[in-house]
Design a protein around this ligand. Structure first.
Ligand SMILES: Cc1cc2nc3c(=O)[nH]c(=O)nc-3n(C[C@H](O)[C@H](O)[C@H](O)COP(=O)(O)O)c2cc1C
Length: 201
């Protein structure tokens, strides 16, 4: 039986929640053995498929995920790897990679070329989120990248994060408090991955 590992980082549990939904979906599938691991405890050797999940912090994956990508880029390049990001705002750009990119319909933001975006919009452009990942693991052939809407509960955050989010919400009015995790979007993405895994068996 093929083995799938879901590796994630999560500061306020949204990314962990998405990872858990994915785990349940793939376990129901019965086609794979599925494990879930926080990034700091993860060991990817022995797995056929790896799914990596990170929240977006200041337009990038978390430092733990970036470190993981950098340290494991050679071994990841030999596996079937997918990535998902959770964030509160994304400005979709035309996809200029050959990797399918799934953007959660919950963002409900039309696509716009990067060069037509304001400075603030660019910091949340899908192309910039994704290109930043490639800085750490250029040769990893991701089979699919998803950007899911996460959740934001200001009063549960560290004071410094509350302060930063307060400013972010003024710069980008689409950033709103609440839980926007949508199981249907996660389900749709998992279906795309399953179709790919089945083809590759
Ligand atoms: C320090 C910090 C920086 C963030 N930066 C961004 C950002 O640049 N863009 C964005 O859309 N969301 C940003 N967010 C919101 C998170 O990406 C979002 O709430 C995510 O779902 C949190 O995932 P977690 O609960 O797994 O940590 C930021 C949150 C924090 C705490």
């Amino acid at each position: 039986m093929k083995k799938l590992l879901i590796v994630y980082d999560s500061e306020y549990n949204a990314t962990q929640h998405v990872a858990l939904i994915l785990k349940d979906l793939f376990m129901k599938n019965n086609a794979f053995a599925v494990d879930l691991s926080p990034v700091e405890l993860s060991n990817i050797s022995g797995y056929d498929y790896v799914i990596i999940g990170s929240p977006i912090h200041f337009g990038k994956c978390t430092s733990k995920i970036n470190h993981f990508l950098k340290c494991n880029k050679h071994i990841l390049a030999q596996k079937t790897v997918a990535l998902f990001l959770t964030c509160m705002s994304v400005k979709p750009t035309p996809n200029d990679t050959n990797i399918p990119v799934y953007i959660d319909p919950g963002f409900n933001t039309p696509e716009k070329p990067l060069k037509m975006m304001s400075f603030v919009e660019k910091t949340h452009a899908s192309a910039n989120y994704i290109n930043h990942v490639f800085k750490y693991c250029k040769r990893v052939p991701f089979i699919n990248i998803a950007i899911f809407k996460g959740n934001l509960k200001i009063n549960k955050m560290k004071l410094v994060h509350q302060f930063l989010m307060f400013f972010a919400m003024r710069l980008l009015p689409d950033i709103k408090e609440g839980n926007f995790i949508n199981s249907k979007s996660i389900h749709d993405w998992a279906k795309q991955l399953t179709a790919y895994y089945k083809k590759s068996i």
